[in-house]
Write a protein that binds this ligand. Structure first.
Ligand SMILES: C[S@@+](CC[C@H](N)C(=O)[O-])C[C@H]1O[C@@H](n2cnc3c(N)ncnc32)[C@H](O)[C@@H]1O
Length: 246
């Protein structure tokens, strides 16, 4: 199914030998505060905006087993599943245990290592880089605020559309508040450990649907579980070319 094979947590694939650095490469998620929190399995950890506002990151939940809200997502998965920004990997681990073909991708090697230890296949790669199985993923996940990756939801949603099979399902977790913001943030442990600044976005359900419609996604379902809000989306098929087009 995939260009590369996923076996025992290790991923073999055909990739160009040389990969050039690109401007979106998310060095900040390699920052010590994030790596330390993943090793410890807990926070405190925050995304800190330039104005000092801090968004708490739920590292404990990310490092725990999939919970009841996560299972509402996992139940809806179909076909091979790509977890984008898998973090320490509770979702791919749960999928793999139940025999579902899946892959977690994350730019943080610490996150990927932990995912593999938990039993989930994972690859240290950005969503904006070439990925195995492009155009063939049955489900893609953007959970725990990962619609913020890259700081431009429309660009991310457009990229995800390239990754999906024509009838693929995208499940996105929205922010709890009715927000639509693009910000620069740093990972911050609240005790003086701070990473470098990078672009991030936060979107509530309303803004998420607005951005999604603008780049060709249609709402399939919307639900909440344990105070977390989710939507599933399918991409509209491209319009057929008229007979006069070449
Ligand atoms: C808000 S955390 C979500 C954690 C995760 N869903 C979990 O279960 O722990 C965002 C994650 O996205 C990853 N990330 C950031 N930029 C990325 C990119 N361009 N491609 C893939 N993953 C990325 C970060 O390393 C981090 O693990």
């Amino acid at each position: 199914m995939l260009d590369g094979s996923v076996r025992d947590g290790s991923v073999r694939e055909r990739m160009p030998a040389h990969r050039a650095a690109a401007p979106w490469q998310a060095e900040p998620w390699h920052a010590d505060p994030y790596v330390r929190a993943l090793h410890a399995g807990h926070g405190p950890l925050f995304l800190r905006r330039a104005d000092g506002w801090m968004l708490p990151l739920d590292v404990e939940r990310w490092c725990a087993d999939a919970d009841a809200a996560d299972r509402t997502v996992l139940r809806r998965c179909q076909g091979p599943i790509l977890d984008i920004g898998c973090g320490p990997g509770r979702l791919v681990a749960a999928l793999a245990i139940h025999g579902h073909p899946c892959l977690g991708i994350d730019v943080s090697q610490a996150a990927v290592d932990r995912t593999i230890r938990e039993g989930g296949p994972a690859l240290c790669r950005s969503v904006f880089e070439p990925l195995p199985g492009e155009g063939r993923w049955g489900t893609a996940l953007l959970i725990d605020g990962n619609i913020g990756i890259g700081g431009d939801p429309r660009a991310l949603l457009t990229r995800v559309a390239q990754l999906m099979a024509p009838d693929g399902l995208l499940v996105v977790e929205a922010a709890g508040a009715d927000v639509d913001e693009r910000v620069r943030v740093r990972v911050d442990d609240g005790r003086g450990g701070v990473g470098t600044a990078f672009p991030w976005a936060r979107v509530g359900v309303r803004a998420l649907l607005h951005h999604a419609h603008a780049v060709g996604w249609e709402l399939v379902e919307q639900w909440t579980a344990r105070d977390r809000g989710f939507v599933s989306l399918r991409h509209a098929p491209p319009l057929p070319r008229s007979p006069t087009e070449h």
